[in-house]
Design a protein around this ligand. Sequence first.
Ligand code: F0G
Length: 488
Amino acid sequence: MENNQKKGTVKFFSGKQIPLEMHKVRIVQSLNLVSVERRAEAISEAGYNTFLLGTRDIFLDMLTDSGTNAMSDQQLSKMFVADDAYAGSQSFVRFQKSVADVFGKNQILPVHQGRAAENIISQIFVKPGSVVPMNYHFTTTLAHIQLNGGKVVELFTPEAMKIKSTHPFKGNIDIARLDDLIKTSGAENVPFIRMEASTNLIGGQPFSMANLRDVKKVADKYKIIIVMDASLIGENAYFIKKREAEYADKSIGEILKEMCDLCDIVYFSGRKVSSSRGGAICTNSSELFNKMKDLVPLYEGFLTYGGISIREIEAMAQGLYETLEEDVVGQSPSFISYAAEELDKLGVPVILPGGALGCHIDAMQFVSHIPQSEYMAGSLAAAFYIISGVRGMERGTISSIRDENGNDILADLELLRLAFPRRVFTLSQTEYIIDRLNWLYQNRELVGGLKFVEEPAVLRFFTGRLAPVSDWTEKLVAKFKADFGDSL
Ligand code: F0G
């Protein structure tokens, strides 16, 4: 089903540079925009944590793309021909074939979602004292590696932390530091090198194929395996095609295969890559497969369903084939670039170049008057929800952890992430987001800090509750009403 048609960008006669949807919408869901007073009340009930808001109070849900991308008609139709069986389902055989066709890996362990893959990989390969180098961590990855006694070492390049950059591959790993780290830690203590496609927490930034090839050279030198987190691999492949000259004429399918060929284990969250559920660990090595396989029935379910509904397995299989299409994997990045560039023109600090997954607002500059210990990005997420009804996600110190003395480990970046799930939001909704962010930026002095009132020990950002350090939310609502009158 690979689409080899050569497609270009559609240019507008007017010279406007706006993304054009290459799909039509035939199933819709109504949205609700509640009043600013209700929004202020709702975020207070949610402990100023956007994870704890209910969708009835949300206008545009930009929390995540996980499980919220639009499904295609082809995916929905495949769900009706699912072969429900505890063992030996033909739907799983079709899934295996799609993974082999798209990623070139023929041994597959199904898991119910991405972090379940991380659990199995970490339990098998990470031991107390292990050191795991990576381009950058993801929250659940870090938690699983630490739970097994391992240490995560991030080897990003200085460019990764620059908010405004023109570097096409801010997700690259620093090769010299990688080599050094393995030398000083001892190769026997490095169970694998982890590369995350479209590196989530630094703004969905991709790595280049050249960088991955260099990682492979180091890995071969020390006989260490490479594990790729492929949850956002389609977008990373899209960026390689657009930004790495030698790949301009390659198809997304060819790029995906080349990326996977360089890695020993490829795992992914199906919730992001293709469907609304599921995930898998994929390899061509029987040895690696056999090491991990016994944990699948223990934690997930039998080897041919792995805790995923069979219908979702069909949707995932079809979704993988659709990642071969540039229009599909490029849809979210093109909207993100548009939003980021428009916000930049308005002076709103935003990560550039636009990456995958979401538009990332730099809270360190946006609310520079708030101390980092009062959770800049969390405060901005709460304030933006109050004035727009748009739910984003904090990706900063709240998503980090405390050290052994109980002090916050301040995050490298304080970001408000506004996710653009694939093919879900329209351009006018995107304009609304830009407009409200612009207003908030003009009124940024009104945003104040937050403090924890309930703090779980692990992954605190999911369920922790906070409170404002002053009455700033009331002043923000009053200014909003003064400027917008009876407009929602
Ligand atoms: N790896 C990456 C790079 C991810 O972005 C995610 C999830 C996971 C692993 C875990 O996958 O949720 O299926 O268990 N990211 C979501 C997000 C939750 O909103 O960024 P999961």
